[in-house]
Design a protein. Structure first.
Length: 209
């Protein structure tokens, strides 16, 4: 009887030890996989990215009310940048705005802008990143009747947005935002200047390498 009890105890002890070893071994095997996935997710925070976006066009004059101005067509954006860490990225964009037209005449703008901006925000571990944009832009108005002194202006680019980078998509990032170019045109005939804004509500998709 004692031998039977002793043998049973030995078997139970051996089984428990073996089960514990297997569990520990399985856990050890699983952790590197989780660590690798987390490491890859963290690696995507830093890197070079390319993207394209489309949105609406908004126009406003800060000095004069233009009741006969209409915005026609969509904004198209091409962007490239480098994100250095969870907070800071440097981003360049080429923006083609929709046409800005006067309904009482044939005069129109077909503006484009090239900008370089700081992208400041914070990348959370769930992939969300609220951000703000601030930088400088070079704006070609694309006037239908060109005055050489007024066709190109320098402006200030600013805006806000939200990005989402799901870990499962491995580098693909969705973005929604609003960005504006604020610029001044000097009127050589009236020795005066007027301030304008060209903006866009847009959505984009980028890929981070």
């Amino acid at each position: 009887m004692k031998k039977t009890i002793g043998m049973a105890a030995l078997i139970l002890t051996t089984s428990f030890a073996q089960a514990k070893f297997v569990t520990t071994e399985d856990t050890a095997k699983q952790h590197p996989v989780q660590d690798t996935v987390q490491a890859k997710a963290e690696q995507k925070v830093k890197g070079f990215y390319l993207g394209v976006g489309v949105g609406s066009t908004t126009f406003d004059s800060l000095d004069i009310d233009y009741p006969f101005i209409t915005e026609d067509g969509n904004t198209l954006k091409f962007m490239m940048g480098y994100q250095f860490n969870r907070v800071f990225a440097l981003e360049g964009q080429h923006t083609t705005y929709g046409d800005i037209k006067e309904s009482v005449s044939d005069y129109s703008w077909s503006p484009t802008a090239v900008s370089l901006s700081a992208n400041l925000g914070y990348t959370f571990r769930n992939g969300l990143r609220p951000f703000g944009i601030v930088g400088l832009s070079n704006i070609d108005l694309g006037e239908s009747s060109v005055d050489p002194d007024d066709d190109v202006s320098f402006g200030v680019r600013y805006g806000l947005g939200l990005e989402y980078a799901p870990v499962a998509l491995r580098g693909f990032i969705g973005r929604i935002g609003y960005e504006t170019d604020l610029f001044v045109i000097n009127d050589v005939y009236y020795s005066d200047s007027e301030s304008y804004t060209l903006g866009s509500f847009y959505g984009s998709v980028t890929y981070k390498f």
